[in-house]
Write a protein that binds this ligand. Structure first.
Ligand code: KIV
Ligand code: ZN
Length: 512
């Protein structure tokens, strides 16, 4: 059996299915470039048939990415497969990932198909896909709750049709490590042509066991592909977290003894990029990428660490990309130094005009904040903070008054379709007043389902990064804004979410 483990990243597809995490084409492209720097083997760039926007995002990624395989999800029908094939065409390495549900509950209640119809559809889909692309992954959705004999028949049939990877998802996060590992093992033993494909695991985290289940699928079951996402982003409780599974494999190589091609020093940059883009904040005690993951607070631990690192540390922080917060640039730094730092941080700007815009914002920030950290630069250039020319709403300025015992009031100047308008409102606090001032002009009626503030570099001098999640007509979007003034950051985040609500076309959901 191969010693190489394929890392299949689905942040841009399954991760994007989290409520509010949907990303624009440019955001996806930026994350895909970071995934390539991270050296993941496969990037699942999206679900081409879900919307024109996703089709275009996959197409752009297929053209930009040179080293990783670029993959699109598709349901098991000709239209979806054609769109997936068209979207990944032009990639150096292209894959189509087609799926159909095989569990009794999904077949009967969701698909309203008999098992024989599902089997036939799966065969036709793989045969059709194989005419367009050589690298075909087949997933039996809800495989873990499927009837084993039937699943074996489906898998044997799709391998005969030319599938090259077979994925066995625990779609609802129901599995237990030992049971899931043995399930994969039995499937591999029972399917006569099982040696013709790479077996893959795809685990959801509903019971907090996605990483453990995936590793059991590898060690007990013999799977040689793990599907995972940065920060464990994904539907409901998320997917198997890439950083956790990769660092487990690397740190305990004595046990796993498998080759993983990931450049782990790029993990933190990827985690921050995904968190800043989606507005999904990483919890401080999250393994590997949480702010406290390498912090040793207690006196006993600190004493031990000073004497010998390995008293309490099983991994080196530097190996996953942690460096001490560095003051990298200041007020006097020039455009070249700024541009070079962007390159070092892996940020690629598409044009000189974009660099100029980001540099102007940097100068503005440096006037207000003497120490500029890498985190500030990343926040500055994150798409959310660089207003897009096609945005319907733009931030211009804000003034607010709040005093103990007085009702806070805010006035916001903003643009709507390029026209400057002003709104004034009272609120419970300055943030509330500012958002109400915006609403007095926009009248979106959207419901706010989440508001959170995070200090980008840890102190009160830091920029505040605000995430706002809005819900309207059944759609949920996140907006992110950063500024040293958290009231301004809140207004920017709110406007960013309104822009998303305004512009995003309806998407078809993969699993509905
Ligand atoms: O969870 C799941 O079953 C999926 C499949 C589409 C692979 O995401
Ligand atoms: Zn999934």
């Amino acid at each position: 059996m191969s010693d190489k483990l394929v890392i299949f990243d689905t942040t841009l597809r399954d991760g994007e299915q989290s409520p509010g995490a949907s990303m624009t084409r440019d955001e996806k492209l930026r994350i895909a470039r970071q995934l390539e720097r991270l050296k993941v083997d496969v990037i699942e760039a999206g679900f081409a048939a879900s919307s024109n926007g996703d089709f275009e995002a996959i197409q752009a990624i297929a053209h930009a990415i040179k080293d990783s395989t670029v993959c699109s999800l598709s349901r098991a029908n000709d239209r979806d497969i054609t769109l997936a094939a068209d979207a990944v065409q032009g990639a150096n390495r292209a894959r189509i990932h087609t799926f159909i549900a095989t569990s009794p509950v999904h077949m009967e209640k969701k698909l309203r198909m008999t098992p024989e119809q599902v089997l036939e559809q799966a065969k036709l889909a793989v045969r059709f896909a194989r005419n367009r692309v050589a690298d075909i992954e087949f997933s039996a959705e809800d495989a873990y709750r499927s009837e084993e004999d039937f699943l074996c028949r489906v898998i044997e049939a799709v391998i005969k049709e030319g599938a090259t990877t077979v994925n066995v998802p625990d779609t609802v996060g129901y599995a237990i490590p030992e049971l899931y590992g043995n399930f994969i093992k039995r499937l591999r033993e029972r399917v006569p042509n099982s040696d013709k494909v790479i077996w893959s695991v795809h685990c959801h985290n509903d019971l907090g066991m996605a990483v453990a289940n995936s590793l059991a699928g590898v060690m007990i079951g013999g799977a040689r592909q793990v599907e995972c996402t940065i920060n464990g982003l994904g539907e409901r409780a998320g997917n198997c977290s890439l950083e956790e599974v990769v660092m487990a494999l690397r740190t305990r190589r004595d046990y796993f003894d498998l080759d993983v091609g990931v450049d782990t020093t790029q993990i933190l940059a990827a985690s921050r990029m995904v968190s800043q883009t989606t507005g999904f904040v990483v919890q401080p005690n999250k393994a590997i990428v949480g702010a406290n993951a390498f912090a040793h607070a207690s006196g006993i631990h600190q004493d031990g660490m000073m004497k010998a690192r390995d008293t309490y540390e099983i991994m080196r922080a530097e190996d996953v990309g942690w460096t001490a917060n560095k003051i990298v640039l200041g007020k006097l730094s020039g455009r070249n130094a700024f541009k070079q730092r962007l390159t070092e941080l892996g940020v690629q700007m598409d044009s000189e005009a974009e660099v100029n815009l980001a540099f102007a914002k940097f100068k503005e920030l440096a006037d207000r904040k003497s120490e500029i950290f890498d985190e500030d630069i990343l926040a500055l250039v994150s798409e959310e903070n660089v207003a897009q020319s096609h945005d319907q709403y733009g931030f211009v300025s804000l003034s607010q008054h709040s005093e103990t015992g007085e009702v806070p009031q805010a006035t916001v100047v903003m643009t709507i379709g390029g026209q400057e308008v002003t709104g004034t409102a009272n609120g419970n606090g300055p943030v509330d007043a500012s958002l109400k001032a915006i609403e007095s002009n926009v009248k979106s009626g959207a419901e706010m389902v989440l508001y959170s503030v995070n200090a980008i570099s840890g102190s009160t001098e830091s920029q505040g990064e605000v995430t706002v999640r809005l819900q309207s007509s059944g759609r949920i979007v996140n907006g992110v804004g950063a500024d040293p003034d958290i009231v301004v950051a809140s207004a920017k985040a709110y406007l960013s979410a309104l822009n998303k609500l305004q512009s995003q076309a309806e998407r078809v959901s993969a699993q509905v």
